[in-house]
Design a protein around this ligand. Structure first.
Ligand code: FSX
Ligand code: SF4
Ligand code: F3S
Length: 390
């Protein structure tokens, strides 16, 4: 049982929270047993680096009657960002769309098209002026005045600017929107660039190709709870998710330290699960929480390195899609830090040496809660109330 599960099951605070009207609303709205909902919320709270005392506020925000309007634009991309959210399953995106946010414009998921969908976007923007969340997926081509990507007769440049003007928060989801991603790979014929460059101001970025749906979800929930986006690094990435190098919490790190490397795909070292550094793993120069949060519901070790593939640095500008896959990573940290966080150290402050240790602990909690969620919520059809004590 993870620490968070233990907290949900045993702390008096969690027990009294389970009896509140907000949790009753959540039970109905999300169709989840109370404990499962609380465990899901606890996983998000832990992932954001917040203390358990924030649970009440997060639950209240997730169950508020008025759902925040979300306008989701798609430009130069593969729809992997949306796909990864559709596969998140805790809870599934249909729950998210219909029960947590009001998705008022999304070209792929909407049945409507043409003038109808454009009208939906304009009316949502008018009704929720200054309050909606704008999410942009995909890079924006700026060559030849942006003619390489047009929707409804407008260039991606104009659409992004128009929709961002009255948004309460702007989120660039995926590496394409965050820094150009794959479409900006040399020679970049369309001039693919990031949302923040087009808008001329910083935005929240959730890079990854595709990004981890947990990180997007946690960022939205943070905004709903506190009316502000989480603390960001100098590239607009939430520090709770991108504050540490992959290499610091990689499950193969012991092999790296011991000098045990896979040298070819399929060789003995590869089959033994040894370090992938010599196959070009970019974990030592890539900031992301992939090893602690992992992906999807396929069980433990479900992330690129866990599956036996070197990290290509997809969250990192200048690395992913730019540095050759086989090239060796620059080692940013070779030796362990001299100082680790003390118990009870302030949480969620990002990438300092001291807080790195705290983040590891938080990551551990999130994994436990996340895997438990996969257990309970991954198979929606045969999900059963979680009444068994473990
Ligand atoms: Fe694809 Fe998204 Fe990659 Fe880009 O994710 S998974 S090409 S980051 O914009 O759809
Ligand atoms: Fe893990 Fe890659 Fe670092 Fe090896 S080099 S420990 S595989 S992140
Ligand atoms: Fe991307 Fe590397 Fe994570 S390839 S998904 S940053 S492990």
């Amino acid at each position: 049982m993870s620490a968070m599960d233990f907290w949900v099951r045993n702390s008096p605070a969690a027990k009294s929270l389970a009896e509140t009207e907000a949790v009753r609303v959540a039970e109905k709205r999300f169709g989840l047993p109370r404990r499962s909902f609380l465990e899901f919320t606890a996983a998000l709270v832990a992932a954001m680096g917040l203390p358990s005392t924030a649970m009440g506020a997060v639950v209240a925000a997730m169950t508020q009657p008025k759902k925040p309007s979300v306008i989701w634009l798609q430009f130069q991309e593969c729809t992997g960002c949306t796909e990864s959210l559709l596969r998140s399953e805790h809870p599934t995106l249909d729950k998210l769309i219909l029960d947590l946010i009001s998705l008022d414009y999304h070209e792929t998921l909407f049945a409507a098209a043409g003038h109808q969908i454009e009208a939906a976007r304009l009316s949502a923007m008018k009704e929720n002026k200054g309050k909606y969340i704008l999410v942009v997926e995909g890079s924006i081509p700026v060559k030849e005045d942006g003619i390489y990507c047009k929707i409804g007769g407008k260039t991606a440049i104009d659409l992004a600017k128009e929709c961002a003007a009255d948004a309460a928060a702007v989120i660039a989801i995926g590496s394409c929107a965050s820094w150009g991603g794959m479409p900006s790979t040399s020679p970049n014929p369309t001039g693919a660039t990031s949302l923040s460059k087009v808008l001329g101001k910083p935005v929240v970025t959730i890079p990854g190709c595709p990004p981890n749906p947990y990180n997007f979800l946690s960022t939205v929930v943070h905004f709903l709870t506190f009316g502000a986006v989480p603390e960001l690094d100098d590239k607009g990435r939430p520090k709770f998710a991108y504050g540490r190098l992959i290499h610091e919490s990689c499950e193969r790190r012991a092999h790296f330290d011991a000098g045990r490397f896979a040298r070819e795909f399929g060789d003995e070292g590869h089959r033994q699960g040894w370090c992938l550094y010599k196959l070009g793993c970019k974990g030592p120069e890539t900031y992301a929480n992939c090893p602690t949060i992992q992906f999807g519901d396929a069980g433990a070790s479900n992330w690129p390195v866990g599956c036996g593939h070197p990290c290509i640095g997809c969250t990192e500008e200048g690395i992913g899609f730019q540095k050759p896959i086989h090239a060796l990573a620059v080692l940013k940290t070779v030796t362990p830090p001299t100082q680790f966080a003390r118990p009870g150290e302030e949480q969620g402050q990002g990438a300092t040496m001291v807080t790195a240790g705290v983040a590891a602990a938080i990551g551990g909690l999130a994994i436990g809660a996340g895997l438990k969620l996969a257990d309970n919520l991954g198979k929606r059809d045969d999900a059963k109330p979680d009444t068994k004590q473990k």
